[in-house]
Design a protein around this ligand. Sequence first.
Ligand SMILES: [Zn+2]
Length: 70
Amino acid sequence: MAKSDPARGSGTDGRSPTGDKRRLLSALEGRSCPTCDDGGTLERATYKGNAAVICDACGTPRVQVWTASF
Ligand SMILES: [Zn+2]
């Protein structure tokens, strides 16, 4: 049995929520835009002061991350 199982639902642990959000941005970055079929690519950008992933073709923000400690 693994001691460090991240899926254990014991509530609070040492995970960084900011790290999770960055990972989410990284996961979306480079994907094709689901909104436009014209080959738009999602890229990291800043949207209204928040970290986001925005389509470089239609400019639709897919993700916004609100950072309290920025
Ligand atoms: Zn698009």
